[in-house]
Design a protein. Sequence first.
Length: 181
Amino acid sequence: MMRFLVPAGFLLLVGLFWLTLDRISEGEYNPRDIPTQFIGRQAPAIDVPDLFNPDITVKTADMKDQVWVLNVWGTWCNECLREHEFLVHLARDKKIPIVGINWRDQASDAKAMLARMGNPFMRLGFDPKSKVAINWGVYGAPETFLIDANGVIREKHAGSLNANIWEKQFSHYFTTTGKDS
């Protein structure tokens, strides 16, 4: 009897593993999707230097009265590289205002990547010491937040953003007047 239980148990574990990987690749399951206490609350302040011009400060106040997206990323993050083309598409084709926070990175690496892959960010803060990331509760990259015109966080996604996730979680905030409903 034991000779059959061990292979059957192994096959069950392999099947569950395969199903989980399939759901992750389809965007239906995200093991990093931990609930956050920030949904429904005022967005924390952003006050960091601009990646390209350290004399300019990127601030939350820059986005007052707009619905916008905050994307925390780094060049060291494979998922960030994977989602970057989609962010470029959102900014260029959908005209979505995206503020980026380059997190725990080298400025030269970030600038080189953006020169090579395109820059989807209308504002781009540089946060090498996690000043913003800590205040926003970021624990990994990429993480994407949607902030309404009143400055309230409405959505958060941990992991690579793609068309499926965008449609399910974020797009309805941009379909009417640009104000949250």
